[in-house]
Design a protein around this ligand. Structure first.
Ligand code: GRF
Length: 213
């Protein structure tokens, strides 16, 4: 799946705003990420992320979950589209559908997700508000492999962010977002470029630093 330049191919799955998609696009053009976005797929035709992708001439696809009788049928269709796209890695970036066994059992390549907390704390929706409400002093962002259990797959990369006394869910989200934008391309580059293995739940990378080739 290497292109002529040795770059990898990734798919990005989105449902909304698309700021992480844009961060991945920027990293691809400024050399931090040696990967081309071969597909931007959304379950919502009106997702602003799709418009950014189209404006940048990236291939886009809408797979509306409402067009399928149930989650399994949607996941199976998703597996078919991703298989046909022939990508090395799938990156969920604000994709608001849970993926289940009908996708994970059929699709053999790794799938990453980014989540705005230090997992396993605060999985699910509104992780930033959950952190404020719980009163933790440190939260952060996590990039992890996707498994059938929500926000519970093996962790690739995490970065901590302090929670301030004056924080609300909104102010904390605003401080976490730039960190997400830094960490996600870094994690994708690592997974694509450094040999890694899974030891139990632990994602272990070879010790040498990633090299840009
Ligand atoms: C991000 O906070 C991400 O961590 C979460 O959903 C949000 C998506 O934002 N999974 P965007 O669409 O990338 O701007």
């Amino acid at each position: 799946m290497l292109t002529q330049t040795g770059r990898r191919r990734i798919a990005v799955l989105v449902s909304g705003r698309g700021s992480n998609l844009q961060a991945i696009m920027r990293a691809g053009t400024d050399g931090r990420l040696e990967a081309d976005i071969a597909l931007v797929l959304s379950n919502r035709a009106e997702a602003p992320a799709l418009a950014y992708a189209a404006a940048a001439s990236l291939p886009t696809r809408v797979l509306a979950h409402g067009d399928y009788p149930d989650r399994n049928a949607f996941d199976a269709a998703l597996a078919d589209v991703l298989t046909a796209a022939n990508v090395d890695l799938v990156c969920l970036a604000g994709f608001m559908r849970r993926v289940g066994p009908a996708l994970l059992d059929r699709y053999p390549r790794p799938i990453l997700n980014i989540h705005p907390s230090l997992l396993p704390a605060f999985p699910g929706m509104n992780a930033q508000q959950q952190a404020v409400d719980h009163g933790v002093k440190i939260t952060g962002v996590t990039v992890h492999f996707v498994t059938a259990e929500l926000d519970a797959g093996p962790i690739v990369l995490q970065r901590a962010v302090p929670v301030l006394d004056a924080d609300t869910g909104e102010t904390l989200s605003a401080r976490l977002l730039p960190v997400e934008h830094e960490v996600y391309p870094e994690a994708i580059q690592r997974v694509l470029r450094r040999p890694w293995r899974l030891v139990g739940r632990r994602v272990q990378f070879d010790s040498h630093e990633p090299t840009l080739r």
